[in-house]
Design a protein around this ligand. Structure first.
Ligand code: GAL
Length: 415
């Protein structure tokens, strides 16, 4: 009886403490194996500091569903503490008055000194931090199964022509050359790789950041769609609706030879215990060596009423940029740390190559924002582009010149 009372008192004390310590509710779409391992690192580190974690994971690669759910929650006056919001959309949310000021964490933690300015600029609204970057993903990667390539007698392609040669050889041994899931964001991921190869970095930026109609509606863009169609012909007929991690697993288990996908795919290879350079190869996607399409995941922080939850929010913000978190999270996620002062000795060759190219491409003007992952425009412009790209992908008889006209038209009306 006495013991029971002590136990009861202790547990009441505990729950009082955790209520006092505040909670964070975090919206994300990291539900694949590697992604889930990565986000659980954040949960554990927060809980260790005494805060409660409410997981708000919404399934669906690329985050379209998550963003839809977020809009509903925010408009009804019940936003989460933090949500994975990226690129120009951060500005939109801040402009509407939803986000909170994180300067009281950013200043003592020296964010301005450890994160590249090109990234901190996106995290600030009106010169104040409203979001925290988590990582840098490279999108223009090709993932290849070493055994399939050996069996097919194929060579890892560096150009689009070499890609077609390798794809033919893989097809000849009865396997799927290119694993892909036809969903708008995945189609756009493949499309922007072709676009970067055909247009080069300067015109890619003109098209997808500046929305320059001469490029968006021009001859070179017709070539992009024409080549996109040829690349597409190496995808199997079961691709509609397939999620990206299923496509990755097709490469992991040798059903398919290649996938073009950002390095969150590496999180799946790692979670399956596969070793780069042995079981699989990571290489810049055809025609884009030295170029780097970046996708920076970041959490935007919402304005909350509860003082204790605001404290928990600040702990979350600080933990995200803690070097220990940066290391373990990014090892699981497949990305590289967003801090430039990290010890990279535990990272594999793919991550080291990524870091090297991230830095060098910034010098040569070959660092470009991913259109497919919300880095180059706000969501409404991106959505207009997705429609044209995905309709083209799904219609075998689509004509490149007509798709280009449509692209220019929808972007103009979304601007
Ligand atoms: C991206 C996101 C990545 C990864 C991927 C697949 O947009 O930035 O972190 O989760 O979607 O869902």
């Amino acid at each position: 009886m006495k013991l029971n009372k002590i136990f009861l008192a202790a547990s009441m004390l505990c729950s009082a403490n955790s209520a006092l310590a505040g909670e964070v509710e975090v919206l994300h779409w990291w539900t694949a194996g590697g992604e889930a391992n990565a986000i659980s690192v954040l949960k554990n580190m927060l809980e260790k500091q005494g805060y409660s974690w409410i997981d708000f994971g919404v399934e669906g690669g690329g985050g379209e569903s998550a963003m839809r759910v977020l809009r509903t929650r925010a408009v009804s006056g019940n936003p989460p503490s933090a949500a994975n919001i990226k690129g120009p959309d951060i500005q939109e949310w801040a402009r509407l008055g939803f986000l909170t000021n994180l300067d009281s964490v950013a200043k003592p933690d020296h964010w301005d000194d450890v994160i590249p300015k090109m990234i901190t600029d996106v995290m600030k609204y009106d010169n104040h931090y409203v979001a925290v970057p988590v990582n840098v993903h490279r999108v223009n990667w090709l993932w290849a199964n070493s055994a399939v390539f050996a069996q097919a007698g194929a060579k890892i392609p560096t150009t689009m022509d070499e890609f077609f040669t390798a794809a033919e050889k893989i097809k000849a041994i009865g396997l799927i050359p290119l694993a892909h899931g036809s969903q708008p964001w995945q189609d756009a991921t493949l499309f922007e790789v072709v676009a970067l190869d055909v247009l080069g970095a300067r015109d890619y930026i003109k098209a997808f950041v500046d929305l320059d109609m001469d490029i968006l509606g021009g001859e070179k863009m017709i070539e992009v769609f024409t080549k996109f169609k040829r690349v597409r012909s190496y995808v199997d007929n079961n691709s509609p609706g397939r999620n990206w991690m299923t496509a990755t697993s097709m490469v992991i288990n040798g059903e398919a030879g290649m996938q073009i996908m950002g390095d969150w795919a590496k999180g799946e290879f790692s979670a399956a215990g596969k070793v780069p350079g042995k079981d699989y190869v990571c290489a810049p996607a055809f025609g884009t060596a030295g170029k780097f399409t970046y996708n920076v995941d970041s959490f935007a922080f919402f304005e909350l009423q509860d003082e204790e939850n605001f404290k928990a929010q600040k702990a979350l913000a600080s933990t995200i940029l803690d070097p220990k978190f940066q290391e373990i999270f990014n090892l699981n996620k497949g990305s590289i740390p967003v801090r430039l002062d990290m010890d990279m000795s535990h990272f594999d060759q793919c991550a080291l190559d990524s870091m090297k190219d991230f830095k060098s491409s910034a010098q040569t003007g070959d660092l470009v924002p991913s259109m497919a992952h919300g880095m180059s425009t706000a969501g409404y412009v991106q959505g207009a582009m997705f429609d044209v790209i995905t309709n083209f992908f799904n219609d075998q008889s689509a004509v490149p010149a007509e798709a280009v006209q449509r692209l220019a038209k929808v972007v103009k009306s979304a601007m």
